[in-house]
Design a protein. Sequence first.
Lengths: 550, 453
Amino acid sequence: MSYVSFEFLAFCVAILFVYYIFSAFGKYGRKAQKYVLLVASLAFYTWSKLYPGLKDGFTSDIVSGIFKSLSGILITAIVSFLAGVLIGGVWKREAKKLEACDDKEKQKTIKKKSKRLARLWLVLALLVAVGLLAVCKYNEFAVENINVILDKLGKGQLEAPDILLPMGISFYTFMAISYVLDIFWKRYDYEKNVFAYVSYITYFPHVVQGPIDRYNKFSAQMKDGVKFSYKNITFGAQLALWGFFEKLVVADRIGIFVNNIYGNIEEYKGIIIVLATVLYSVQIYADFAGCIDIVRGISEMFGITLEKNFNHPYFAKTMPEFWRRWHMSLMEWFKDYIYYPVSTSKLVRSVKKHTKKNRLKRFGELFATCFPALIVWMVTGIWHGAAWNFVAWGMFHACLIILGNIFERPLAALTKKLKINVESFSWKLWQMTRTFVLCCIGRVFFKAGTVKEAFFIFRQMFAKVELYRLLPAYLFTYGLNVYAFTVMLVSIFILWAVDMVEEKYPLRETLSRQNLVFRWLLIYACLAAILIFGVFGPEFNASAFIYEQF
Amino acid sequence: MSKIKNLAKAVVFLILLAVLIHAIDSIFTNTDFRIYQTMTAFYDEPDDKLDGVYIGSSTTYAFWQPNTAWDHYGITVIPLSIPDMPAASLKYMIKEGRKTQPDALYIINLNSFRSAVPDTNHFHFMTDFMKFSLNKIDMVNDLGKRSDIEWYDRLEFLFPVIRFHSNWSNLYKDAVTPEPDLLKGGVHYSTYLSYVKDVTGMYNYSEETSEIDAEKADILEGLLSYCEEDDVNVLFILAPQADLNDESHAELNAIAKVTEERGFPTLNLVNKIDEIGLDTTLDFYNGKHTNIHGSLKFTKYLCEYLTENYDFEDKRGREEYSDWDEASEKYRGMIDEYVLDFELTDPVRDYTLGAPWITTTVLGNDIALGWTASYGADGYLLYRKSKPVEGGDSTAWELVDSFGYETLEYRDEGLKSGTKYTYTVVPVKTVDEVVNYGKFNHVGITAEIKAEG
């Protein structure tokens, strides 16, 4: 069930209705709301099989199909839940033993033993979760690359097993890992109710494309259930509405132009590819941010605030800042579960230690920041897709971050020497433009199917200028006529303006303080814009979300 | 208190939202305004004012001329018809009609059983101009289920904006909503008015019956049960289409047989074209439909049947029906360049008098005409109409002169330059002082007097 469908809207309305009926039954009713969400999420997750069953009756094929599609996510959920129970149990027993023991040596032994046991459960859980992700998502990629080597060695070829990729596996696996690691690091207590935990992993607003939520924040909101709140409903609906605007009016219209150029890339050269790439950067933002706003809005209607995923990334002045604003829940995840553990690992510590007292001190510092970044970006690349172009994209960003680190001081000195006013608007604009352009270059790897194709696109981009393609006689023939192109530009402007205002003021709160007529007019205008200019319906075949494939 | 206030706000918000969606919907609804005119003609009629509602596919409006029926018999029967209206929607259309005309006669075109369910385009034709109601929702659901369309994909038939909103950049070109033509469902599209197709070769006379397709049988049963339960005054008609193959003809015959056996009055007219007076060489514009000449004959035939078998009063001259007089006058003005004056009266026809073959020769500002003799004719009527070469309206057909049987030529003199003249010749025979009109070329022969200089 797509988030951009009438089916999904009707589904949400029905679940909201049941959800808040429960809240009317007092404390116990509200405690049961998590079960409503669990059933709803499982139904959502298996909808493509469940719906034919509900309509025409459940055959054995349909039932087995439902179980098959649930197996991946349930294995990860239950294994991580059990790991939480086991690790949490170890920490509880450890605490009791430590309390009963005064001998420091014995305490050390208790701690060591507990940690060893907890680590065992942790490793086993990670093996299952990461193993499933690897097998489901990367088996074809691995077999493909092994076959290249086998081919060079003159050996026979392997065949990739036909494994169904569970929906949202990259997202729910990361959520499960974060939970187990948090329990292992004693950040919060483990969950004792398996249903509460599974309802977190399978929660339908975040299971397909995130955001990657943390269990402690999620469960705190669900613990005592949610009372009906007019504000939750209206704020949530408004956010979702804006999400639909971003997706259907902005992203999907740009998509028509971009797909037209990128779909026939060999026919084009120069400026038009540059334009398509720039627009693609806007498209992917509006698409992904739109989806996140839809699901955050829907979730808000259920009284659950999901992690923020975007903070106007194209206003970032440096690459690291960009990544603090883009896909924030993923980047936070990498920071917490990869960057910090690597940067505090024995290897990094020992390099730092050995370079501290001699001239290599700067190298040690750089290694301590660059090595974890390299690892993070390798994983980020491969997380986005089982293909070398994603790895290349990750490496491109790793290079930018590392070079940024290396040249940070010399560049700062240079700007000082050149007496550049780094606080001026023009300098900030330059920085934003530079970051955006670098980002666009990276997008070519992201959009291309292969590394080879990415370099081909670069070649086409710089082979000729072909400025004439921007003339009306040409420009309006790439899928968007003059009117559609104008609507695209206006919608991008609206997106930019809203981001601009939000950058300075809390827009939603400010709007909520305005007069009712003004607020309603804005909502109706947004609805009318979606109804009229949205790329949806049978004439369009609304396109899938770009980030759904991850 | 705040809960009540919030609830009230939500209700007002949703009502305004519905108004907004409806407004956008009406702007983006599909642009086949022929259907709009037909549907509007029905909806505009005051409650309980119609003698009959004629429901069915294009076979309905291309055969039945409401204005001719009014002119000659003073009866009020409006077509509630949509191109390719499928069988499954007949029941819902009757229900729609009975909302305002509960006691009217419902004439149901069984030709709709040529298809059980509509394709997407015709589904829109069915629903785009139908008023929003529970009956419409029921129809969309029933047709959707029968066509295996999921409920969420059926929404486009309730809210056409879902399909047509992509047309926003063309809105400025198209008239948003036209004015109702006030013609009581009388149609005037060009093929119907000016095309002639000889369908003699394809016309299929048959009394054969066959098994009815299961889906259609189910639809038929639902329709008949509804008519019985709600005591609908109904008349089933199978109109004479030329393009029925053996299979579909046999199935339609079987369906007509079922309606008859269930006790409903049924007219199977496929094999009765001679009785109706339809000429397969001249009275159709394609295999499915009569042209205006054929439809005038069909209308008169059906009017005879209706006035004989139903208690329909002649309402001509009543003040409350002056709108019918206006519609009829307007319609006559629209078709007078396509039909000859006697066609609009109640002429006696003699189809043994073949249509003369006409030739024209332009001689300066004169046109010399010649025509072949029509065996048995005792005279000829020469008709003419004209139109500027550069474009503009045509004049009505006018009688130039009448001739005896021995005259087979005429020189039309002193004609205007830069004008196209069209002629047709009607053979006549007077029997007992009554003029019998023979066949004639419905389109006529055109000659052009070139512009001077």
